[in-house]
Design a protein around this ligand. Structure first.
Ligand code: 2HA
Ligand code: ZN
Length: 271
C-alpha cells in the first residue's frame, strides 16, 4: 500500500488550498472543496472496506450511495492544509443508506467534512446529471466578486452580461453565465438545494455577500472558472465609478460565441 500523502489527488488539493489562501479567497476557515474519486484511484492507498467511523450527513442523496469523496474539513484553515493533510482533509464513502458518510481517512482530530456538505453533494448530483465527467465542487470567498454583489444588480442575466464584458475570454470560459441565489443562511440543506438547482444551469453559482461556487471536471477546471469570474469582477470594480467610453458590445460577444463555438442562454445577449 502506498502512502496516501503521495496520492496525486492529495497533492493537488493541498496545492490549491495554499494557492487559494494566498489569493485571499480563503481567510480563516473560509472555503471548502469536494472531489469525487473513483474507487480505482483510492485503492492503491486505502483499504476501502476499513471504515474508521461513520458520520450522518443530515440529508439523503441515494444516487451518491457507494461514491467516494475527498473533502476539506469543517472549521479548518486552508492555509494549514499543506502542513497536515490528514487533519485538514478527509476521504469518505456515502454508505448504502445515502445519508451516512463512512470515513476512510483523515479528519484526524475526530472532526468531519465541511459544514457546506449539503451544497457540495447536491451540486455534484446536479452537475453529474448534465456532465458525467464533473468531479469537483469548490467554494471560496473572492474579494472582488463579493464586493460586486453589493453594488451590482443581482439579476443573473445582468450580472453575467456585465462579467462577460469585462474581459474578452469570459464568454468563452463561462458561456452559461453565472447563476445567483438569494442571500440565505449558509451551511443549511436549504442553501444546498438552491445552489444545486442553479448548478443544473451553470457551473458557477454566486452566493451574494458571501462567495462563489464553481464546478469542474478537475480542480484546475473549477479553480480556473472562479479565477476568471473573480478577475472580471475586479475589472468591474476598477471601472464602475468611472465614465465608460467604450466596452465590449453584444455584437462582439456574439462574434466570440461563433469563434469559440459556445452558446449563451437564449436572450442573454440581446440588449
Ligand atoms: O466553511 O466558507 O460557507 C466555511 C465557509 C462556509
Ligand atoms: Zn463560505
Amino acid at each position: 500500500m502506498h502512502s496516501i500523502t503521495e496520492a496525486p489527488f492529495i497533492t493537488e488539493i493541498t496545492r490549491i488550498c495554499t494557492n487559494m489562501y494566498s489569493l485571499g479567497w480563503d481567510e480563516r476557515n473560509a472555503g471548502n472543496i469536494s472531489v469525487l474519486l473513483d474507487e480505482e484511484e483510492i485503492t492503491p492507498y486505502l483499504d476501502k472496506d476499513r471504515i474508521l467511523r461513520t458520520v450522518p450527513t443530515g440529508f439523503k442523496v441515494p444516487s451518491l450511495a457507494g461514491k467516494y469523496f475527498l473533502c476539506t474539513a469543517a472549521g479548518k484553515y486552508f492555509k494549514n492544509t499543506q502542513y497536515d493533510a490528514a487533519l485538514n482533509l478527509g476521504i469518505f464513502r456515502i454508505l448504502e443508506d445515502g445519508e451516512t458518510a463512512g470515513i476512510l481517512w483523515g479528519y484526524s482530530d475526530g472532526g468531519q467534512f465541511t459544514s457546506e456538505l449539503p451544497a457540495h453533494l447536491m451540486s455534484h448530483v446536479s452537475r453529474l446529471s448534465v456532465d458525467q465527467k464533473n468531479r469537483v465542487i469548490l467554494h471560496c470567498h473572492p474579494l472582488n466578486l463579493i464586493a460586486m454583489t453589493y453594488v451590482h444588480s443581482l439579476d443573473e442575466r445582468e450580472f453575467s452580461r456585465t462579467l462577460w464584458k469585462m474581459e474578452t475570454e469570459c464568454v468563452f470560459v463561462f458561456p452559461d453565465g453565472v447563476r445567483v441565489i438569494p442571500w440565505m443562511v449558509c451551511g443549511t440543506n436549504k442553501i444546498g438545494e438552491a445552489t444545486a438547482e442553479k448548478m443544473k444551469l451553470s457551473r458557477i453559482v454566486v452566493w451574494p455577500h458571501h462567495g462563489i461556487y464553481g464546478a469542474g471536471r478537475s480542480i484546475d477546471d473549477a479553480f480556473g472558472l472562479v479565477e476568471t469570474v473573480e478577475k472580471a469582477a475586479a475589472v468591474y470594480l476598477k471601472i464602475a465609478h468611472l465614465p465608460v467610453k467604450q466596452t465590449l458590445t453584444d455584437e462582439n460577444l456574439h462574434m466570440l460565441e461563433k469563434r469559440f463555438n459556445v452558446k449563451t442562454p437564449e436572450g442573454w445577449l440581446e440588449p
